[in-house]
Design a protein around this ligand. Structure first.
Ligand SMILES: [Zn+2]
Length: 191
């Protein structure tokens, strides 16, 4: 995310000459504090580009960097200030406080192992059908027990589809679906 860049001129109040988007131009010594205050207030994350115009002199650049570093120091969020480039831009990379709080207070979801997704019941049923094809010839019992998560069981028992019939045709046997709420949605047991 690159929020609109504030425009800042150094060396006391003077009119800002460049048009800018979003934030109004900030001028004078108070500008850096205001930029940092806004960053914190909005809890901005990602790369924040600050455009310091009329900052050709190296001495002034150093002063601005010092002031910026000082103002940012109180920030609770992890950040990094990248030096001026040739165009007078300073980039600040910052992790949002909320994000870093999540990091501190939470662990990756044990169910999806942090992926944020689990295989859908349809996908799991597809895998069950594949597995059935592999074991079909080896099955000797009169019927077959299929242990699945409640979500997958619900899908198999629904009369909106013919998965269970397909499965029984592949195996040539009656399949008894057992719903097990201790079972992970991606896992099944066909025996
Ligand atoms: Zn999860």
């Amino acid at each position: 995310m690159v929020p609109p860049a504030p425009v800042l001129t150094s060396g006391g109040p003077q009119p800002c000459r460049r048009p800018c988007f979003g934030w109004p131009p900030l001028c004078g010594p108070g500008a850096i504090k205001e930029i940092v205050r806004q960053i914190r207030l909005r809890d901005l994350g990602g790369i924040i580009v600050v455009d310091f115009i009329d900052m050709d002199e190296r001495k002034n650049r150093q002063k601005v960097m010092q002031a910026l570093e000082e103002a940012m120091r109180a920030d609770r969020a992890p950040y990094k200030i990248l030096q001026f480039n040739d165009f007078g831009l300073v980039a600040i990379t910052r992790k949002r406080v909320k994000q870093s709080l999540e990091r501190t207070l939470c662990t990756p979801c044990p169910y999806c192992e942090g992926a944020g997704y689990v295989k859908s019941p349809q996908t799991v049923v597809g895998e069950i059908l594949q597995e059935a094809q592999k074991i079909a010839r080896a099955v000797e019992s009169k019927d077959v027990m299929l242990r699945v998560s409640p979500e997958v069981a619900r899908l198999l028992k629904s009369n909106q589809n013919t998965y269970l019939q397909e499965l029984e045709e592949i195996l040539g046997r009656t399949v008894i679906v057992k719903s097990d709420n201790q079972l992970h949605q991606e896992k099944f047991d066909l025996a």
